[in-house]
Design a binder for this molecule. Structure first.
Ligand code: BGC
Length: 400
């Protein structure tokens, strides 16, 4: 499907929303009248909720759009096609009060500001082609060495200098679902990677308050692929100054040990009896100061093996009662406790993002897999399809 077709289908759905809700931007009477007949064929309750509005212009002059998905419970997720980035997630606390539980901005300017670019936190973005680090930005496939852009000391991080978080994706709604699909075609050689890689990322908001993210990719040359979403959560939604009181459980007995540059040594170490152990619920802040390097920034090896869909993490925030569960088909999850946030960035709603203000749970294959023969492979071959699914499910608990 070409770009224009993508856009037209989305316009149709927005217009369908105009008919139903009447409160959305960009709905002229003429447009709604014209589109009414066509809309009846595709109108369903789910699709009525997709709304789009301008989000700002990139430095290169490209217009970006903000898409809003809403479900029957009133939960709302906003995503921009800049980086296929989740910018806000409104969920209820135990009293039913809605608030935004992710770090982000309400316009593109925030994602393009000098402070943001300098600190590079990747709020809510899709990171790729390879989420996490590749040592020295080098790897070899079939005897050929490839050199990637290095943007984290001498290493490659989250896809390089201009990764998938900094490109404008095409967008189309998914027929019959409360979902929007983003597509990006990365040319052969981009940031040093081999092969043209076509990726789609589909965000679905279910009526059970789940954000489901489905990733797919195909290539014309063997290439490493490791896509993830880089949302930072604070389930207290601005009422706490940091996220250290959140109680985390990880379904992981082991983690991949890293050196001081956060590159895996190859060792997978048991967490038992250490500050890394979240196999039982633990406050993030309880032992964070004892972790080398200023806090958690580690890939955990999820305990159930195989490609099955499994529970990776549960987070409970006692003051609001909010709970978030993470389920995934991936073998690993990077738990990052927002160690490099330093108060230089002020987000939507005026919150200053200080150290540990938010945390990320990035479902993924392990860091530096292209150079670690013992880790599950991340090489996608032509003719194969990369597939990965992650769900972030929101609910509440009553106990304090
Ligand atoms: C990495 C951190 C990094 C952060 C923002 C995380 O995925 O593990 O080391 O600082 O992303 O770039």
């Amino acid at each position: 499907m070409n770009k224009k077709h993508f856009r037209n289908r989305l316009l149709l759905l927005t217009l369908a929303s105009c008919v139903g809700a009447g409160s959305l931007v960009g709905c002229s009477d003429q447009q709604t009248a014209e589109e009414n007949t066509e809309v009846t064929a595709t109108t369903d309750k789910n699709q009525m909720e997709i709304k789009q509005e301008p989000f700002g212009k990139t430095k290169e002059g490209e217009e970006t759009t903000l898409y809003t998905l809403t479900n029957e419970q009133g939960m709302q997720v906003q995503i921009t096609n800049y980086g296929a980035t989740i910018t806000s997630v409104l969920t209820p606390d135990r009293e039913g009060k809605m608030a935004d539980v992710v770090l982000g901005f309400d316009s593109l300017a925030g994602y393009q500001s000098p402070e943001y670019i300098k600190s590079g936190p990747y709020f809510g973005a899709i990171v790729g082609r390879y989420g996490n680090r590749i040592a020295k930005g080098k790897f070899t496939i079939d005897g050929q060495e490839y050199k990637l852009a290095t943007n984290n000391g001498e290493n490659h991080l989250h896809g390089g200098v201009k990764g998938y978080d900094k490109v404008v994706w095409e967008a189309e709604p998914v027929s019959g679902e409360n979902a929007i699909r983003f597509k990006y075609v990365s040319p052969d050689g981009e940031e040093g990677y081999p092969g043209t890689l076509t990726s789609t990322v589909t965000y679905t908001l279910t009526n059970d308050n789940e954000i489901k993210i489905d990733y797919e990719a195909t290539t014309d040359k063997a290439t490493p692929v490791n896509l993830t979403n880089h949302s930072y959560f604070n389930l207290a939604a601005g009422e706490e100054k940091d996220a250290l009181g959140h109680v985390l459980t990880l379904n992981a007995d082991k983690y991949t040990v890293v050196d001081e540059a956060l590159i895996p040594t190859g060792e997978q170490r048991n967490v038992k009896g250490t500050v890394m152990d979240f196999t039982t619920p633990q406050a993030i802040g309880a032992r964070v100061k004892q972790v080398e390097g200023g806090g958690y920034d580690h890939n955990y090896v999820l305990s159930e093996s195989g490609d099955g869909f499994k529970k990776a993490a549960t987070v409970y925030e006692p003051t609001s009662g909010r709970v978030m569960e993470v389920l995934t088909t991936e073998p690993g999850i990077q738990f990052y406790s927002g160690n490099f946030l330093d108060g230089t960035i002020t987000g939507a709603g005026g919150s200053k993002y200080e150290k540990h203000y938010g945390f990320a749970l990035e479902t993924q294959h392990f860091p530096d897999s292209p150079n670690q023969p013992e880790f599950p492979s991340t090489i996608l071959e032509p003719g194969d399809t990369y597939k990965s699914t992650t769900v972030y499910k929101f609910s509440t608990r009553n106990e304090q």
